[in-house]
Design a protein around this ligand. Sequence first.
Ligand SMILES: *[C@@H]1O[C@H](CO)[C@@H](O)[C@H](O)[C@H]1NC(C)=O
Length: 396
Amino acid sequence: MKPVSLLWLCAVALFGFDSVLSQTPSYGERGSDLGIQVFQQVARSKPQDNVVFSPHGVASILGMLLSGAHGDTRKQIVTALRYKKNGPYKMLRKLHKTLTAKSNLDAVVIANGLFTQEGFPLEEEFVETNRQNFQSLTRSLDFSNPQGAAAYINEWVNNNTQGHIPSLVKADMLDSALTRLVVVNSIFFKGVWKTRFQPENTKMRPFTAGNGNVYKVPMMSQLSVFNIATASTPQGLKYKVIELPYHGSSVSMLIVLPNEESTALSQILPHISTTTIQSWEKLMHARKVRLLIPKFTAQAEVDLESALIALGITDMFSEEKADFRHIISEPVFVSKALQKAKVIVNEDGTKASAATTAILLARSSPPWVTVDRPFLFLIRHNPTGTVLFMGQINQP
Ligand SMILES: *[C@@H]1O[C@H](CO)[C@@H](O)[C@H](O)[C@H]1NC(C)=O
């Protein structure tokens, strides 16, 4: 049987403590906070399962859609992300640049794609904004062949996650007549521990799963100096934070572990935010300890719709209310939003990948036109242009 993970992999906080910390959250933190809230929603609905997730992936997809959104659809995204009303793009461009900077090049690979339907061109400004800010590639595909289009997108994701996510979209998510745009973000991270674990020290040891059962799992072990903090939730539940830095990059893994066996991870989770993560920095002390941590592989697929709706991003999923007038002239809405993620942790380090997508369809039912005000009518014989009758109706 597969052990259920008690460890919360803090993929959010991969960008460690040497980032510039300030009172106002950075754009990386604003996006991550929304992503953390999505994670909390998902984890609450699956308290016994492993969940792997990329907060930045969700923020990226929303950031890409943002420049095409209008009215309430836009307002809901901006509010949920706590972006400034006018042009978060300068900040997002900076964030994307920093994350993918040369010094990190081996560690973090981010790719963004806009896959469009042939013959249905997108608004140029939307494409240009995404190209400039997120280096988004744009490709037109033939969605009338959903198998072929899905295969192409999946190959692109597979390429950009170095084979870790071989398939993201299924052909049946792509409507052969109505698909207009598939937005995809992929993130691949590869890090080698600053101090590696010796494979000969890995032993089968007991691990108490979330359901209370005890399983034997391969437990890595090393005696080293680590940054460790003891922190506490507002309810007074204590937990430990252990930082495992990766070699040659500004990325760390942070492990969060409740102090008491009786404290469930779900009691700590609601307290996690980028502000909380920042607060750990002051509590960290370098300590020599023997750290025992399981090696593990976990993957998860998360449907984002219900979590985003719970967080107030509702209109974009509604055929009637979605307003993406700056993407394409025809009314479109998000019919599907999902993320797949995978993490492999072993003696050498970590490989983590995530792919997030939003699939936009044209409205299947034509928009309503309601004649609910005084109107004029004409009865015309078309071949001759003769108006046979006409009228004005003020009260039907
Ligand atoms: C994936 O990578 C292969 C090998 O580099 C390349 O030939 C192919 O065109 C790539 N596919 C996509 C969809 O980008």
